[in-house]
Design a protein around this ligand. Sequence first.
Ligand SMILES: [Zn+2]
Length: 464
Amino acid sequence: MTKKLQLIIKNAFYYANDTFLHGHILVDAGKIIALTHELPDLEAENVIDASKLHVLPGIVDSHVHFRDPGNPEREDFFTGSRAAVAGGVTTICEMPITRPPVYSTEILENRKILAAERCITDFAFYGAAGFENRHELQALTDSGVCAFKTFLHPAPKGREPEFTGLTVNDDGQLFMMMIEAAKTGTRYIFHCENYKLIEKMEEYLHETGCADYSFHYKSRPNIAETESVSTIIQFARATGCKVGIAHISAPEACALVRQAQLEGLDITAETCFHYLCFNEKHIDEMEPYAKCNPPLRSEENVKALWEYVKNGTISYIGSDHAPFIKEEKEIGKREGIWRAYSGMPSIECFLPLMLTQVNKGKLTLQQLCRLMSVNTCKLFGLYPQKACIATGSDADFTIVDLEKEYRLSVEKMFSKARECNRLFDQVACKGSVEYTIIRGRTVFSHGVVDDSAKGYGQYIARHT
Ligand SMILES: [Zn+2]
């Protein structure tokens, strides 16, 4: 008796070499073993007929917060990864902001164990690179962190334990850290907002009696982001540190990044889909449920940001999935928007909304594959193990139906924090996730998550 393959995806229209090809994909032991025009006379444990569908490389989310351990009431690796696969995500890159943040190899090892017990998706981790743990950067690099992340401000009041080892408090510390990070060759990613400027804007807005929801975006104007990006660029030039800007939202900041890229500086920029699909009016309607940092900006900004997606300045797109419990948002209604926690649980809406943009003609499906999978993996050293439909790569696929029209619905979502998911509820979409496949195993299909895949996920180290 001949051995059965693990999976055959037949009649696939699949992404390869930045185009779409037609054929059959053969998978065994978690790897792609062949791409063929003729369907061979072989059996498989699972056969998917992908006629009328598109087979994308598994979507890789460059920016997630799963809060595990520390705040499992908000989300954990199991619930977060259920939401991820429902949104077509096969690998997550987790930000180090949890309790404790990932600022040492010991913490990283514990995080890997925890994620390996609970996560459905494969996972990579950022390392925290605050001034307190400047001696850990090489060890974290050797353990395979995909990048470093830091905040350019002290820990927010009341959230100190979530920010240990994660912050640089002034330009002096920042400069020293960039010298240290440059020695490791690991990319150093920053949350860019000038917090001193924001603090003063908040004082001013309080004095002038601004108490409505516009307080949030008025207190964090574009210049707060642009000034901060400018500092990173100057310091990168001086230190040779490879840098990246997380969730860029201000077109003026993108212009600086573009100029630096043209000059030859190794700088990347991530944006998030909510900066491309929503604007500041949504915070007036959705109240704290549309509060995130940087804030949603004006419609003119949204239009300008798209230009930087189209011309390639934006390197990749993440979700910035940031789950909270309802009360952490509701407090902003009772006591002022400045009291609400910032962020949205968005991982399962991320791909559907970007597929919708493809259908609107805002970007091509090839661009989407680059921005939500290929570029991310190339920059984080996960390619070609991930994000590559070719023989020998991991058999990760996100199979989508570009024609399906529906509305996103909180009731069908998997995130533990779905109650906070107001911004995306009932948004009309065209383009749906039909199958999510990780290393040959179907973990989501037609609205159902395979919960027996809890603990299936594996750690993916950055190849240097
Ligand atoms: Zn974030």
